[in-house]
Ligand binder design. Structure first.
Ligand SMILES: C[S@@+](CC[C@H](N)C(=O)[O-])C[C@H]1O[C@@H](n2cnc3c(N)ncnc32)[C@H](O)[C@@H]1O
Length: 494
């Protein structure tokens, strides 16, 4: 679902049209914008509020213009003036709610029906652990009925191409999977990703088999709308070992056969005379690394490897059967299916195998060859950076904080810019932070009493230009605005 631009000329109007208002649930509305969005006539008043000044001085990373202005610090009068006088095309990117997620879901049931592109659900895993900042020891039946209550309310809110991603570990995965198959529908199951949350180093060595993974269950109402995101990495020696041949010169081609196809165009097979293929040497790899890298860059368009054709492709197999080794062939044809349907395509064969080109799965960026790999259902420790996890977002959330790169991948897979993403177990606010950085609209619910210190504080950091997590990847430099709803009692007059 793309964002539909509401009619608005003030932040008050924006807050009325979106996001959902929970003030009648005994919650108190606050909002956070950047200082440069505050009207000039109020900026000096805002900048003089002691609580605001002390908050800014404790946050080092902000550019002046991006200083987050939290309405909670302003006092009733200044807050009301800001709401009235903030004439702007400012949009509210999302909202945080300090309440139980069932209360939230029941409130939005009508207004957001069919409008949510992604629910990310990261519940207490029911590990029995009593050291977390939230309850994580339930009777299984109690835990399952909590999940049933959540999931059954979530499904009607999805867009027709909406998705649900759920994190879980071994404690409850099989039971949750069955519950989801029943409530969401087995036919919408996409994958049960094994996500390697840590390497084995540093884990207690007490068990024979160390537990380093958890799962992400992914369901989507329209699998065709999922994005083929893959993951990218600079090419390394392993990739180079596979891609070492360079087609220096393809020589003169000579038509040797025309093959009937089911289209109007016959496939045309050519044999190449006078072609030249060489191999890039990887000898003394470390010492010659920069020379080897230059050769890869210089020959980038012409580097290939050969691979067996899929046995089930009888068309390919019949072509290969008639070829001789040591000779280069090419085949011009018009595919009937797939990405290149109805456009002319040329395949090359060498050594009685199909040639796969490095350029088809890579690109050159800043002088480095970056290879795209297909996503599998095993997401390794190396693929999802988490070395700086404790510092991500500038807030502490012991043990349960998800890496921003994990959420980046899930959002890239299931959503587009402007889509609405909801996290019902927000914790430290990772989903909201990543959604904000990726230009998605977002809503996140957290009932913990660390609501102000953790997710709210994190989103203020994001608005203020948080440099951690996926900021570099998403080109994030700060900005935007969000609302938050919390119980009256915790309001601090300025
Ligand atoms: C595993 S943590 C989520 C961590 C989060 N994904 C992150 O990256 O920081 C689960 C969170 O769900 C919250 N929670 C549990 N039950 C809830 C409920 N019924 N309503 C709202 N929040 C709830 C807990 O307080 C806890 O903070």
């Amino acid at each position: 679902m793309g964002r539909t631009e509401p009619e608005r000329n003030s932040i008050a109007a924006e807050l009325q049209s979106w996001p959902p208002d929970l003030t009648d649930q005994k919650l108190y509305l606050e909002f956070c914008i950047t200082l440069d969005a505050v009207p000039q006539q109020l900026a000096h008043l805002v900048a003089a509020v002691p609580a605001m000044v002390s908050e800014w001085s404790s946050r080092s990373s902000h550019r002046n213009s991006d200083c987050p202005v939290d309405s909670r610090h302003l006092g009733a009068q200044l807050k009301a003036r800001l709401l009235n006088e903030l004439q702007s095309d400012l949009r509210i990117d999302g909202a945080l709610y300090n309440c139980d997620n069932i209360t939230f879901l029941d409130t939005i049931q009508n207004s957001l029906k069919g409008k949510v592109r992604l629910f990310y659900i990261d519940p207490p895993y029911n590990t029995g652990n009593t050291h977390y900042s939230y309850k994580d020891n339930f009777e299984r039946s109690e835990w399952l009925s909590m999940m049933e209550n959540v999931v059954s309310r979530v499904v009607p809110l999805l867009t027709t191409d909406g998705s649900i991603c759920l994190s879980i570990d071994d404690s409850e995965m099989p039971y949750l999977r069955m519950l989801l198959d029943r409530i969401v529908g087995e036919k919408y199951f996409v994958a049960c990703v094994a996500y390697e949350r840590s390497g084995s180093a540093g884990l207690g060595q007490g068990s024979v088999i160390l537990n380093t993974k958890e799962y992400i269950l992914i369901y989507s109402l329209d699998k065709r709308k999922l994005n083929d995101v893959g993951y990218e990495r600079p090419i390394n020696r392993e990739v180079m070992k596979r891609y070492r041949k360079v087609l220096v010169d393809e020589g003169q081609r000579r038509l040797i056969k025309e093959i009937e196809t089911q289209t109007d165009f016959p496939a045309r097979l050519f044999e190449h005379d006078g072609f030249q293929i060489r191999s890039i040497s990887l000898k003394d790899f470390e010492q010659r690394r920069s020379e080897i890298d230059s050769q890869y860059i210089d020959s980038f368009d012409k580097i290939f490897r050969t691979q067996n054709v899929q046995k089930e492709s009888s068309f390919q197999s019949s072509i290969i059967a008639g070829l001789s080794k040591e000779t280069l062939y090419s085949l011009e044809y018009v595919p009937q299916r797939g990405k290149y349907k109805d456009s002319q395509k040329t395949l090359y064969y060498f050594n009685r195998e199909l040639c796969a080109w490095l350029k088809d799965s890579s690109s050159v960026r800043d002088g480095t060859i970056i290879k795209r790999n297909k996503l599998t259902d095993f997401w390794s420790h190396a693929e999802i950076p988490k070395a700086d996890l404790a510092n991500e977002g500038g807030v502490l959330f012991s043990r349960s904080k998800k890496p921003e790169h994990l959420l980046y991948r899930l959002l890239a897979l299931t959503t587009e810019s402007g889509d609405l993403v909801i996290d019902l177990f927000a914790g430290s606010g990772t989903t909201a932070a990543v959604a904000h950085k990726m230009s998605r609209r977002w809503l996140a619910v957290e009932r913990g009493d660390y609501f102000l210190d953790c997710p709210v504080s994190r989103l203020k950091n994001v608005v203020g230009g948080d440099p951690t997590g996926v900021s570099k990847l998403s080109g994030w430099r700060g900005g935007g605005a969000f609302a938050y709803y919390h119980p009256m009692g915790s309001s601090e007059p300025g």
